[in-house]
Design a protein around this ligand. Structure first.
Ligand code: 5GP
Length: 142
């Protein structure tokens, strides 16, 4: 099962499975995705086995976030990308396949074959304000 200390990324973090490392700290590791969307696609993980962003302690999330600008600059400089997608899939329904939280740093090019964005639609009358109130209250207390 790709979760907890037995997940593929936990094994990579412990050095039990090799990876093409590009950046490492005491709490985090960044390496090349083995099946990149485009060459230069990097994954950033914590070394500890948290499944999703919501599970991360604030200080570890802050540490991981602090590494993103540097990784983005490096990927962009090396690949010559026109832009980047920086995303974390959370849960199977969102496309997560390895349940050890990770950020994708994906170089994007003007004429690449990637199809983005996903569909958007506006709120019904009053629904935006109702959603705002509910999430703001939950964010203040969770
Ligand atoms: P997810 O779908 O969970 O958001 O992303 C998992 C990512 O891990 C995929 O992009 C996939 O290509 C990558 N991946 C799967 N197995 C390996 C592996 O053994 N090594 C590396 N470096 N990446 C992997």
């Amino acid at each position: 099962m790709n979760t907890g200390a037995d997940s593929l990324f936990s094994k990579i973090a412990r050095g039990e499975i090799p990876c093409a490392r590009v950046l490492e700290t005491d709490r985090a590791l960044a390496f090349l995705d083995i099946n990149p969307v485009n060459p230069g696609h990097v994954l950033l993980i914590p070394k500890e086995p948290y499944a999703t962003v919501a599970d991360l302690p604030d200080d570890l999330a802050a540490h991981l976030g602090s590494l993103l600008p540097r990784l983005c600059r490096a990927v962009k400089a090396v690949t010559g990308a026109d832009g980047l997608n920086v995303i974390a899939n959370n849960g199977p329904v969102a496309g997560q396949t390895i349940f050890h939280v990770h950020w994708h740093i994906i170089p994007r090019f003007q004429d690449d074959a990637v199809h983005w964005p996903w569909p958007h639609s506006p709120y019904a009358e009053g629904a935006l304000q109702a959603m705002q109130a509910r999430i703001a209250e939950a964010a203040a207390t969770s």
